[in-house]
Design a binder for this molecule. Structure first.
Ligand code: ZN
Length: 228
C-alpha cells in the first residue's frame, strides 16, 4: 500500500471543534478490537458530520482499566477542556455503557494536522458529497471536471484518493500512479484541442491542501506563449 494505516473516528461537533482549535490532543475510546489496532505512527481521520474532517498523527496509545483510572492520569485539558474531572467522566459515560467500559479505556494522543485545511477533495469530492464529472478513476487516483470550471474551457483536476498534502509529500509509487493518469489525460486533451497546461501548487500558493493537478486548455488558461 501507499501509506500508513488510517483510522476513521467520528466525533460529536463539540469535541471536533476542540481538535480543530488545537486544544484537544487526547481522544478517549473503549478498548475494542478496532481501537486496539491503533498504534503510534498511524493516521486518524476525525470526522464530524457536516463539519468536515481533521487528520492527526498518533503519537501514543495508553490502556487503562476504566475511565476514572484514565482521567486520574491524563491531562484534562487535552481530553476535554470544557469541563472538570467529574464532567468529563459523565460525558464519557453518556456515550459508553458500563459493559463497553469493561473493555478498558484507551487514551490516544495525537498531533492534529490543522495545516491541511481547507480540503475540498477529502471533504466533498472523494466521498461523493458533490457531483463531479469523473473522466478517469483507478484504485489510487480520481480525475474529474469540477462543477464550476476553474480556468480553461477544458478543465480536469487529478487527485490521489488518499490524503496527500501536496506534491512535496507524495510517495514514489503514488507519484507514478498520479503521473500516469496525468499523462493519459493530458495526451487526450492535447489530441483533441492541440495542447494544454499541467499545473500544481505548493506552499503559500496552494489553496486546497490536498495534492491536485490541473489539466487546462482553451480560453482562460495562463498564456506562456503567444497563440499566433
Ligand atoms: Zn485530503
Amino acid at each position: 500500500m501507499h501509506s500508513r494505516v488510517v483510522h476513521h473516528l467520528h466525533l460529536l461537533p463539540e469535541y471536533f471543534d476542540l481538535i480543530r482549535d488545537g486544544t484537544k490532543t487526547v481522544e478517549v475510546r473503549v478498548a475494542s478490537p478496532s481501537k486496539l489496532a491503533i498504534r503510534p505512527g498511524h493516521l486518524i481521520r476525525f470526522v464530524s458530520d457536516g463539519a468536515g474532517h481533521v487528520e492527526a498523527d498518533v503519537i501514543r496509545v495508553t490502556r487503562y482499566a476504566d475511565f476514572p483510572a484514565l482521567l486520574d492520569v491524563e491531562s484534562l485539558t487535552a481530553v476535554n477542556s470544557r469541563t472538570d474531572h467529574a464532567g468529563a467522566l459523565r460525558a464519557l459515560r453518556r456515550i459508553y455503557t458500563p459493559e463497553r467500559e469493561q473493555l478498558g479505556a484507551l487514551a490516544i494522543e495525537f498531533t492534529p494536522r490543522t495545516g491541511d485545511q481547507p480540503d475540498w477533495y477529502c471533504d466533498q469530492v472523494i466521498p461523493g458529497a458533490v457531483e463531479v464529472d469523473v473522466v478517469l478513476e483507478t484504485a489510487a487516483v480520481l480525475a474529474f471536471r469540477p462543477p464550476v470550471p476553474g480556468f480553461g474551457s477544458e478543465h480536469i483536476i487529478v487527485v490521489p484518493k488518499e490524503h496527500v498534502r501536496s506534491i512535496l509529500e507524495l510517495a514514489p509509487d503514488l507519484a507514478a500512479d498520479m503521473l500516469s493518469a496525468v499523462q493519459t489525460l493530458a495526451g487526450a486533451v492535447t489530441a483533441q484541442l492541440g495542447g494544454c497546461q499541467v499545473l500544481t501548487s505548493v506552499g503559500d500558493e496552494q489553496h486546497n491542501r490536498h495534492f491536485h493537478v490541473h489539466i487546462a486548455a482553451g480560453e482562460g488558461v495562463a498564456r506562456f506563449i503567444t497563440a499566433d
